[in-house]
Design a binder for this molecule. Sequence first.
Ligand code: DQA
Length: 144
Amino acid sequence: MHVINGPNLNMLGKREPEIYGSLGLDEINRELTVAAKDLGLELAFFQSNHEGVILDRIHEIFEANPVGIIINPGALTHTSVALRDGLLLLSCPIVEVHLSNIHKRESFRHKSMLADIATGQLTGFGHYGYHMALNAIHQFLQTV
Ligand code: DQA
């Protein structure tokens, strides 16, 4: 299973901690790795600040027949038709995660280019949202 984080999420812990929390991305990923192991799943992590680099990664993931994707696209959520089109390649479950509740924030964050193509969206649960996404995909895989 793949976990993709977009622009500025490498700065978690330092970036607006009152909104995004005090944990860094490495810590979040470490905890998630442990949780995944307990579920018998292996995670591959990827973060980039560059839209095209994320698309290249999604294309690689597509070729490898993924079982699930957890993605926090950061600001690309609200702007990127290219990311939406790239994710449409995939037929596995895709869970969109946001640490903050995008619907409670500025109106430009209310629109997600992915919301209607993702399997589901988890927004506003801080880093725990990644764990919820992991559990959701795990559950999904049990039932197919
Ligand atoms: C975010 C919300 C986005 O609006 C913002 O641009 C981010 C982080 C979140 O996790 O809450 O970079 O995706």
